[in-house]
Design a protein around this ligand. Structure first.
Ligand code: HEC
Length: 192
């Protein structure tokens, strides 16, 4: 009778020891993963704050790198970039022979960007081209960079066709309205 009790006590102790060990292991695991959970929480908080900022103010802040640059890259830069600036794209040397940026094409290739206007770099964009400044910060309506996307523009004696100029063998296609508006808003907001 006595023996049995002792045994029971022993096994009870073993059980407790096991439970404690398990609890400790569990705590260690929770600590290890807990930090991950915290990061995730912080990240979702940041996201929430961002979408709040987006929602606030009907006119959202247009960012050059996020909103404008991709449009120009997609539709303009092949003709409006520094000569020989791009070694990896379809331009570069191959483009110099067959692409729109090529020496024989409208881009002028090594002779420089079309219309003397580079659109591959913000500082260069603000400098303007053959017809002077294409961007008047704060004034989208007066900026050639915006006007030229809506219609053919006459500057002095020169008529400049609506952009993006069609590449040889392609039909002209105006930029989608929302892209044109983004560029206008970017200029209206100061072209920063
Ligand atoms: C296929 C080549 C090509 C593409 C693509 C192109 N352009 Fe042009 N761009 C030209 C040429 C060529 C001129 C010069 C034409 C002229 O003066 O009549 C020019 C002139 C301009 C000018 C006038 C610059 C000045 O000071 O005379 C602006 C502004 C302009 N482009 C903006 C754009 C924008 C914005 C895009 C993209 C949406 C674009 N272009 C896409 C070829 C191109």
């Amino acid at each position: 009778m006595n023996r049995v009790t002792t045994q029971r006590v022993l096994s009870y102790r073993a059980l407790v020891a096991f439970a404690v060990a398990a609890a400790m292991a569990g705590a260690a695991w929770a600590q290890a993963t807990g930090s991950g959970t915290k990061d995730a929480k912080a990240a979702s908080k940041t996201k929430a704050a961002e979408s709040k900022a987006d929602a606030a103010g009907a006119e959202k802040k247009v960012l050059y790198a996020r909103d404008v640059q991709p449009i120009l890259r997609e539709s303009c830069v092949q003709c409006h970039r520094a000569p020989g600036a791009n070694q990896r794209g379809p331009g570069a040397r191959a483009g110099a022979r067959r692409g729109p940026g090529g020496a024989g094409g409208p881009g002028g290739g090594m002779r420089g960007p079309a219309g003397g206007l580079r659109l591959d770099d913000k500082v260069a964009i603000l400098k303007g081209g053959k017809h002077g400044k294409a961007v008047v910060p704060g004034k989208g309506e007066e900026s050639l960079l915006y006007k030229i996307l809506k219609e053919t523009v006459t500057v002095g004696d020169d008529e400049i066709e609506q952009m993006p100029k069609a590449r040889p063998g392609h039909e002209f296609a105006a930029l989608p309205e929302e892209q044109v508006e983004l560029i206008k808003q970017w200029i209206d907001q100061g072209a920063k």
